[in-house]
Design a protein around this ligand. Structure first.
Ligand code: ATP
Length: 507
């Protein structure tokens, strides 16, 4: 591995990794979590050679997109960190590289209609395929390929931009089954085999962050589509979107007086996947629209799969009639991972990447990173990227060094007192006001922020948090948490403030 040269070069691999982590962190702050997760999360730094940093992406489509949309910004961020870097070279990860295209990439992928079709065709599971393409004709679908091969790009047909791409990595093949997720997995498989059968419609998947809800949803959708193709049935339309996106599309349709079009486009799908339904809590109008869409699809014998962080009965803030409907199919939860499942997942992921990872390192990770699979996967990817970058094997010592920041965050327990102190300082109020009965907004809002952060950053229950804030009731805490979440959605400056506090508390 060649490091950067020049006066501002990092002197060690760890420093370079830190530079890269900072650049990613900044970009994430600038573009926001959702955009970052969609387009940028899969970037890997391959090497720094002289004036050039080489960045890898899993597909040609993503490479072109990232280069086209974020290339300049990334270069500026690199220059701010290491002025010696003058160029960025975006490449497709070698194992995913596909032959050059016969046709160029087409149209904006955000409209859910088209992308670098041939990259998808050639890269198989490594490419992103839009929901629209799931509905491509059978002849073009290629039965031999698990994901099918999309047809030639069509002209945009104005189906709206309500559907997001399914993630080609999220299949049943890549899902590791263990005790905590076996029931949810069995349900998702059952739905994939016989969609829209009574008792399994809707399928409601719930569980904590990063435990595989989205993965299972997408896996079902891929499989439903494959089965239809294999049985020679007409192609199915699968639409996937977050509840948040549903709301924004709905609002946009209201504004542009095109609600009929919105309704029709949604009601014409065969399978509807809605992620993170909890976002609709307190959004009564959107809930109502969703309720009607839901009923229309179920009545028409279409499959719906929904994910959320809580079971239907615990989704307070969602109208009763919708909660009842959501719970009337199959409800399956994903439990927190066990040590055994974490080890199995690490083994599977390391094997896919083709990099030997010593058992000791896997045990270490499985012991240390217990929160969710996303973090576990992220840590492993970082180790592997590091090993590739510097041409060294993965070792336990290396892992401790490379992951020191993640491990520190996991070792660290933020206390409610620290949160109160930090928030009080930030908003310039007295610490005692955290537990005082004062209700003036100048103190009530910071208090709500502190309650929200206490819920996010500690494992304390709502009643316990309430007790620490001057003996308040758990419903007050609950209200504070949803109010702050709502304000964060509506006011980006406020959201930034809260995120900043969270970061300060986490480090
Ligand atoms: N059992 C598993 N086997 C393999 N990979 C898994 C498993 N569970 C989760 N993952 C991986 O962990 C990451 C996070 O999973 P996913 O996005 O599905 O979580 P989620 O429950 O939808 O989280 P969120 O609540 O944040 O939306 C994904 O990369 C997914 O592939």
């Amino acid at each position: 591995m060649e490091n950067a040269v020049g006066p501002s070069s990092p002197s060690s691999p760890t420093q370079l990794a830190e530079v890269w982590a900072r650049i990613r962190g900044r970009l994430k702050e600038e573009v926001g979590e959702v955009e970052y997760r969609t387009w940028l999360r899969q970037m890997t730094l391959a090497s720094v050679q002289g004036e050039e940093a080489i960045i890898l992406l899993p597909t040609r489509f993503l490479r072109d997109w990232v280069r086209g949309h974020y290339g300049d910004r990334l270069r500026a961020l690199w220059q701010a960190e290491l002025p010696s870097i003058r160029r960025l070279d975006f490449r497709v990860m070698p194992e995913n590289r596909a032959p050059e295209p016969r046709t160029p990439a087409v149209t904006d992928p955000r409209n859910g209609l088209a992308h670098d079709m041939e990259a998808t065709e050639n890269a198989g599971k490594s490419a992103r395929i839009t929901a629209r393409q799931l509905a491509e004709p059978v002849e073009a679908a290629g039965l031999a390929e698990p994901l099918g091969r999309p047809a030639e790009p069509r002209a945009a047909e104005g189906r709206g931009d309500w559907s997001a791409p399914l993630d080609p990595r999220f299949t049943f093949d890549s899902f590791v089954v263990g005790k905590p997720n076996e029931f949810a997995h069995a349900c998702a498989r059952r739905v994939a085999e016989r969609p829209a059968s009574p008792g399994f419609n809707p399928l409601f998947l719930y569980g904590g962050v990063g435990l595989g809800k989205t993965h299972l949803m997408h896996a079902s959708a891929w499989a439903i589509r494959e089965h239809a193709v294999a049985d020679g049935r007409p192609p199915l339309t699968v639409a996937y979107m977050s509840a948040e996106k549903f709301m924004y599309r709905f609002i946009a349709a209201l504004r542009s007086q095109s609600t009929m079009e919105f309704k029709e486009s949604l009601r014409s799908v065969d399978v509807l996947l809605i992620d993170d339904l909890q976002f609709l809590i307190g959004k009564d109008n959107t809930q109502e629209e969703f309720f009607h869409t839901f009923n229309a699809l179920i009545d028409a014998g279409k499959q719906i799969i929904v994910s959320a962080d809580k079971s239907p009965s615990d989704l307070s803030g969602i109208e009763d009639r919708l909660r009842t409907r959501l719970g009337c199919g199959m409800v399956a939860d994903l439990h927190a991972t066990t040590y055994e499942l974490r080890i199995s997942i690490l083994q599977a992921k390391a094997q896919t990447q083709g990099v030997p990872v010593p058992v000791k390192v896997m045990e270490f990770l499985a012991h240390k990173i217990t929160s969710n699979v996303r973090e576990l996967e992220g840590a492993l990817n970082r180790l592997i990227a590091h090993a590739n970058l510097f041409g060294r094997p993965v070792t336990l010592e290396g892992a401790q060094e490379v992951l020191h920041d993640i491990l520190r965050a996991h070792d660290r327990r933020v206390t409610i007192e620290e949160i109160q102190k930090r928030v009080a300082e930030h908003y310039n109020i007295r610490l005692t006001d955290m537990s005082s009965p004062r209700r003036a907004r100048a103190v009530a809002r910071p208090r709500q922020v502190a309650m929200y952060l206490a819920k996010q950053l500690t494992s304390r229950s709502l009643p316990e948090i309430g007790r620490r804030f001057g003996g308040r009731d758990h419903t007050t805490v609950m209200h504070a948490v949803s109010r702050v979440a709502e304000l964060m959605q509506a006011d980006s400056a406020f959201a930034e403030d809260v995120e900043l506090l969270r970061r300060m508390l986490e480090t």
